[in-house]
Design a protein around this ligand. Sequence first.
Ligand code: NCD
Length: 303
Amino acid sequence: MLHHIISMKDFSRDEIDIILKRAKGFEPIAKGKKSDMLSGKILATLFYEPSTRTRMSFETAMKRLGGDVIDLGSIESSSVAKGETLADTIRVIGNYADAIVLRHTREGAARMAAEHSRVPIINAGDGAGHHPTQTLLDLYTIMRESSLSNLKIAIVGDLKYGRTVHSLAYALSLYRADMTLVSPKQLQMPDVIKKDLKKQGASVSETVNIEGVIDDIDVLYITRIQKERFPDPSEYQKVAGSYRVTEELLKKARNNLIVMHPLPRVDEIDPAVDGTRYARYFEQAFYGVPVRMTLLAMAMEAL
Ligand code: NCD
């Protein structure tokens, strides 16, 4: 069976729990303990959009498990620039690698790629669609630094175009989390997702105001306004800088609140917050390694 990872909608709570549990065992290897679990295996990375953490944590995960990585490189220097279709690129790379990590500009690209692939496709972000591996590391961060049971979370920022928050909301509905969606009116969570969440019986409310919820949550998950997805730059200007987490705002927070962010941040979190007890976004970026080790080992049938 092929272990494609396309959307959180494809995961059951039991499957997620197994991944989170296994990831804990990979933490020592993520920190440098030797392993040859994936020796002889090759991962291909295809990024049609910029990436730092996702690409490099997949690479780190693969290499620390003794495997190798091949990379498409820049789109301009590959045959994509000559007009090769995604389907053809995927068919060809499936003959070189044991799994393919794909980030693409178009929503649905990963699902389409999976239809043409003889090796597992791992969706590392498809346009404004989904980003399931980010969600799994987000859940892992919550499990390690807070708790997934009786969770009260505010999800803040660009909920319209942000793929990380789309995937996260689906997954949190499986954990019966109490979610407050905080965004400017123009950037609310898409209706189709809200309907899906309601159908699953999720507890979801919406507001534009972060101050009203800050004293009653365990996790503050803030995201960047996705500038590159706005059809009209003047529309971006209207919402740029809508939210900013500061020490002042956090004075009203619970002592055990944690602040998360998938990164990169632009101006949503004042750097002065980095040194406070609340900040967890850099730990979150580290947790991407053990979680992605787990996913690679499962995809390559080493677990
Ligand atoms: C996110 C993405 O690419 O969707 N980054 C990431 O993978 N950590 C978030 C973003 O770009 O804002």
